[in-house]
Every structure is written in structure tokens, then in C-alpha cells.
Design a protein around this ligand. Structure first.
Ligand code: ADP
Ligand code: MG
Ligand code: ZN
Length: 601
């Protein structure tokens, strides 16, 4: 059996080894056991049901929540010479009929279906006439109301399975599973004594960094310019920020597009496609973007604002580097982001568990402020307590932390709030501290206060930043429903009395360590040429470039420089079908590269 699965892996997918967990899951399925696989994004969950689908007689039914996901996976399989199709609401009646007939005739190894289909009678009939090898439920957490993507139709799956003439093996896969979600999956899918596999949450190839730029946009632009040929996502917390960041990037000649819930469906789809098809390099988006995006060559995810929770952060950042190649996850943090989030929580409805939301927000803020390993923080957060203390692949492990004592400045701010009667927001407080002569301040008599002009030597931004930091660190509470009023709390009084000190931490990032020696030095020229070819072919085939070959595959070509079919087959991600289809064209570019380099030698 092992030989068979390894052969399938090599022949179709062009990979020589299984990744952690894959082999075990596949074996269990082939032995007829139900499975529940919990593996992080990018771990390779699809292969866990695709390989058994190829090894077994009949058709595998794959239930998947999103049209875009299904389409990508089916395109990927077809590109590898595997017969697969999907049935969802994007098909017209004629297409649906054609696919149904072929499905009945057993022409597909895999048939992807949207869960909503299970609610139509006609579809039951089709399923009961098919020879089903396995049923795979992708993104299985959608079955649970505890999860973040609940889909009612998922609860129909168990019914469907029960109604089949013969019960196939059921395989459920997900990246997110808290205890509650896990129980729901097993219970609601009625898995039978499932083999449960949980691999670690770590994504070794991702580099994490928290950045506290003085000017966010400048830092963003600098980063993107340095990585201009790479695909990346920039997450912003509001539509307005998305609009302005995207516009400014465009003004600076960056090929960027935007995505948020305020756009028309048409524009959202078009912009998403432009990104997936590598027509633009950057997508600036709210968190509405990303669910169901399997684009494997996203090289960076930058959070322009701090998200609400660590769960959100890790899910969004995790969209980088699905191909296993190095990718960056940067969070741009300013204490001001916390105020936005606190206000959102304050103004959220009364049926929201605010205490819990504040707790989650604080855990997010702690991530931004920790000076220990960021990866360890993340893994601890998700319940892995045994991770090493340093990872050498995060901003904190490789950077220097600069601590600035701001106790005195903080005391000035706090006493100003007190002297003005704890009745004002950060605007007035800043004006008083800066000593701005305005009608309003004079009318209030604030120009007579001892704190008036106490911080005139600081820039307005700095004063605001310190106030924001004090709010973030819970020295100042926010009250008032019309506009935020700053008030002191016990922590503030202790700081005022000089019982505690306050530091602002900034990380000064050193150059990232160069790739290890053992990694082949590859030619950027060649990589770029191969990318261009990949884009040309992708346009011809009307599929996203990463479906033709992943970045990993192109890199492997650059280091192995294959010029024969056999050599090409040793490249990761090249199976026999793709070799036949595209091998010559890629070898032509490689040959050209070799000979032109010889000439210049
Ligand atoms: P997940 O669904 O777990 O997020 P995918 O199934 O989309 O992950 O796989 C992520 C990427 O990893 C894909 O590009 C896939 O081809 C690649 N991959 C999966 N298994 C292997 C393997 N054994 N060797 C090399 N690459 C793999
Ligand atoms: Mg997946
Ligand atoms: Zn680290």
C-alpha cells in the first residue's frame, strides 16, 4: 500500500515525500477508518483525501464551503491529469447536466460539491447511483456554530451519509479546532471511531515581526518596493484605510488593488481574481478578504492595523507562504490602533461578552509588546506549551529591542488629565500639553494651568502616541458614548505617585539572516524568466499561475537546472502529466539560461 501511495504522490503531484501527518491519515483512510485531521493552513490537507481518492475505486465526494476553493482545487487536479469536477451554484443547467451524467458514469476520481446541494432531492438521487470511494469534508469546522464560519448546510452531511446505500469512509479536515469545534465535528458528522490527528500549529517558513513605524505608510511602501515582484496582502481595519492606502500605493507606482465589503460583487470578484492570477502584486483589504483563497505564492501579509484577536491575526497572517517557501508576516502597530478597537468593543451591542473581548484584545496587545519570541507567544496562545524559547525566525529573536523610559512624559499626561477634570478627550489634552492658545482653551481657563505647555517641546504626534500608549496599557480608561473621554484609574495613580515606571519598546530590526549555506544559491534572473513563462501559460490555460507550478517548483528548477525529462521529474511539483504538458517550454528557458551564462563567462 505504501508503494502505491508514494507512487501516486510522485506520479501526479511530483512530490517525493509526504509531509508530517499526511501518510498516517492516508493509511487510516485506506484501511477503512474515519479520520479527523487538524493541521494548520498550508500543511497539505487536500492531499490527505486526494491521494486516497486516486488509490481507491470509484469517486471521492469532497464537500467544500466555497466556490473559489472548489474551482482552484479542480483546476489544480485537472492540470495534473486527474479527472475532477465540481457542482455548485456557479454552473448553468447544461453544465450541471453534463457533469451529472459523467459523474453517474463514474468518470471522475473526485467530485467537489457545495454543501447546499445536499438540500435538493435531485442531488440525493445522483449520489445514491454513484460508486463513492470516500467522503471528504474540507474546512470541517464550518459544521460548528462555535467556529467562525458556520454553514448550516454542513449539518445535512450526516443525513446524506446515512441515506447512502453503502457507507463510505468519512474524512474530515480543518485547520481550526478548539475542543468545542472538535466535538461538534465528530458528533455532527457522526464519525465512527475516527482516528484523530493533530499536528502542531507552527508554520516554520513564516517570519513574524511586530513593527512600530513612526510613519506606517512610508514603512509599508519601503517594504513593498523591496519586494516588488512578490505577491502580498495588506490588511487594514477599515474600508476607509483600505481606500487611502491602496490609492497612495497606486500613486507610487505599485500595482495594487482593493477589497472590502463596500464594493460591488463584480468589483470584488474582479479584484480578487487580479490578485490570484498575479495580474496585480498587492491586494489591500479588510478582513472580508481571504476566506477560501488558496493562492500558494503569497509572500507576505502585512497588517497595517492591529487585528482584534490573536485568532484573527494568525488566520490572516497564515495566508502567507502556503507553498512552504519563506514568507513574511508583519504587523504594523501603533498604540492608536487599540483605541479604535476599544471603542468598537464599547459601542458593540449589549449581547456581546465585552469582558471576553477586552481580554482577547489585551492578548493581542501583549503580542505587540512582548520582547520574547513571537512564535513562542503564538504557539503558547494556541495551547502548545513546549515550544522552544527562541525561534531565530522572528523580529524579536533576531532584532534588538530599544527601551525608552517615558515615565516622566506619562506623568505629565496623567496630571494634565486630572487637572482638567477628567472631562475631555485626547485632542484637548494634547492642546493643553502643547500649550496651544485657542479660544476654547482660554474660555475654559486652561491656559492658567500648571500643565499648560508642559510638553511644548514634543511634537503633537508624540503626545498623542503617548496618550494612546497609556490607553493601550490600561493607565487611562475611556468613558462616554458620544466622544471618548479620558479618565484615570488605579494604575494611573500609582504611576503618578512614582510607584511604577513605564517604557515604550521599539524593535530595531537587523537584516534577516541570509539563507542557510546548504540552500542552493539560485539565479534571480532565471527565476524571473520562469515566472514570466508561468504567467504566459497560466493566461493561455485561464488558471492562476500557482496552479501551473508553485514558487517552490520554480525555485527547485533554478537550483537543479534540469534539461532532460528525467531530470525534470526530480523537481518537486513536477509529475509525469505536467512534464509532458509543459516540460519542454520550461527546459527551453533553462537551456537558454545555461548557454547565455556560458557566453558571458
Ligand atoms: P491546506 O489545505 O492544509 O491549507 P493545501 O492542501 O492547500 O494545504 O496544500 C498547501 C500546499 O502544499 C500546496 O501547494 C500543496 O501542493 C503543497 N503540498 C502538499 N503536500 C505536499 C508534499 N507532500 N510535498 C510538497 N508539497 C506539498
Ligand atoms: Mg485546504
Ligand atoms: Zn522567535
Amino acid at each position: 500500500m505504501k508503494d502505491k501511495t508514494i507512487h501516486i504522490l510522485k506520479e501526479y503531484f511530483g512530490y517525493s515525500d509526504f509531509r508530517a501527518g499526511q501518510e498516517r491519515i492516508i493509511d487510516e483512510i485506506l484501511c477503512g477508518h474515519d479520520v479527523l485531521g487538524i493541521m494548520p493552513t498550508g500543511a497539505g490537507k487536500s492531499l490527505c483525501f486526494q491521494v486516497p481518492a486516486l488509490a481507491l475505486e470509484g469517486t471521492a465526494i469532497v464537500i467544500s464551503p466555497l466556490i473559489s476553493l472548489m474551482k482552484d482545487q479542480v483546476d489544480t487536479l485537472n492540470e495534473m491529469g486527474i479527472k475532477a469536477a465540481f457542482i455548485n451554484s456557479s454552473l448553468n443547467l447544461q453544465e450541471y447536466r453534463n457533469i451529472s451524467i459523467k459523474a453517474q458514469n463514474g468518470e471522475y476520481k473526485l467530485l467537489y460539491i457545495a454543501p447546499e446541494r445536499l438540500e435538493t432531492e435531485g442531488f440525493w438521487e445522483l449520489l445514491s447511483q454513484m460508486n463513492i470511494s470516500i467522503i471528504a469534508i474540507d474546512e470541517a469546522h464550518c459544521i460548528s456554530e462555535w467556529g467562525h464560519d458556520f454553514r448550516p448546510s454542513y449539518t445535512k452531511i450526516a443525513d446524506m451519509i446515512a441515506r447512502l446505500p453503502r457507507r463510505p469512509v468519512v474524512a474530515a479536515l480543518t485547520a481550526t479546532a478548539t475542543i468545542q469545534v472538535k466535538h461538534d465535528i465528530v458528533r455532527l458528522l457522526m464519525l465512527q471511531k475516527p482516528y484523530v490527528l493533530v499536528t502542531g500549529f507552527d508554520r516554520e517558513n513564516l517570519y513574524f515581526e511586530v513593527n512600530k513605524p513612526t510613519n506606517k505608510f512610508d514603512s509599508l511602501l519601503k517594504y513593498i518596493k523591496k519586494n516588488v515582484t512578490n505577491s502580498g496582502i495588506v490588511y487594514c481595519s477599515t474600508r476607509k484605510t483600505v481606500e487611502s492606502v491602496c490609492e497612495k500605493l497606486n500613486e507610487h507606482g505599485i500595482s495594487a488593488t482593493r477589497y472590502h465589503a463596500g464594493l460591488t460583487d463584480g468589483e470584488r470578484i474582479a479584484n480578487q481574481e487580479a490578485f490570484i492570477f498575479d495580474k496585480v502584486q498587492v491586494i489591500v483589504a479588510t478582513n472580508a478578504f481571504g476566506m477560501g483563497i488558496d493562492k500558494s505564492n503569497t509572500r507576505y501579509v502585512i497588517h497595517y492595523n492591529m487585528p482584534k484577536t490573536m485568532e484573527n491575526y494568525y488566520q490572516e497572517a497564515g495566508r502567507a507562504g502556503r507553498d512552504g517557501e519563506k514568507a513574511d508576516c508583519m504587523l504594523f502597530y501603533r498604540a492608536g490602533d487599540i483605541i479604535t478597537n476599544k471603542l468598537l468593543i464599547e459601542n458593540s451591542g449589549s449581547n456581546v461578552d465585552k469582558t471576553n473581548e477586552y481580554k482577547k484584545l489585551q492578548e493581542m496587545v501583549d503580542y505587540c509588546n512582548t520582547d520574547s519570541c513571537l512564535r513562542k507567544y503564538i504557539l503558547n496562545y494556541f495551547g502548545e506549551d513546549d515550544s522552544p524559547n527562541a525561534c531565530d525566525n522572528c523580529g524579536n529573536c533576531i532584532g534588538n529591542i530599544e527601551r525608552t523610559d517615558i515615565t516622566t512624559e506619562a506623568q505629565k499626561v496623567l496630571s494634565c488629565i486630572k487637572r482638567t477634570g477628567e472631562r475631555f478627550g485626547s485632542g484637548i489634552i494634547t492642546d493643553v500639553l502643547k500649550g496651544s492658545y485657542s479660544e476654547k482653551l482660554r474660555a475654559l481657563g486652561f491656559d492658567k494651568l500648571t500643565t499648560f505647555g508642559l510638553m511644548k517641546d514634543y511634537s503633537k504626534e508624540t503626545v498623542k502616541e503617548i496618550i494612546a500608549y497609556l490607553i493601550a496599557e490600561s493607565f487611562i480608561d475611556i468613558k462616554g458614548d458620544k466622544y471618548p473621554i479620558l479618565v484615570l484609574n488605579a494604575k494611573a495613580y500609582s504611576l503618578l505617585k512614582g510607584d511604577s515606571e513605564l517604557y515604550i519598546k521599539r524593535i530595531i530590526t537587523k537584516e534577516k539572516p541570509k539563507a542557510k549555506k546548504s540552500e542552493h544559491k539560485i539565479s534571480n534572473d532565471l527565476f524571473e524568466r520562469l515566472r514570466v513563462l508561468r504567467k504566459v501559460i497560466a493566461d493561455e490555460q485561464k488558471v492562476p499561475p500557482f496552479i501551473i507550478f508553485s514558487d517552490t517548483t520554480l525555485k527547485d528548477m533554478c537550483s537543479k537546472l534540469p534539461v532532460t525529462g528525467d531530470a525534470m521529474l526530480t523537481v518537486t511539483g513536477v509529475g509525469t502529466f505536467k512534464l509532458e504538458k509543459y516540460g519542454d517550454r520550461f527546459m527551453e528557458v533553462i537551456n537558454y539560461h545555461i548557454s547565455s551564462n556560458r557566453v558571458t563567462l
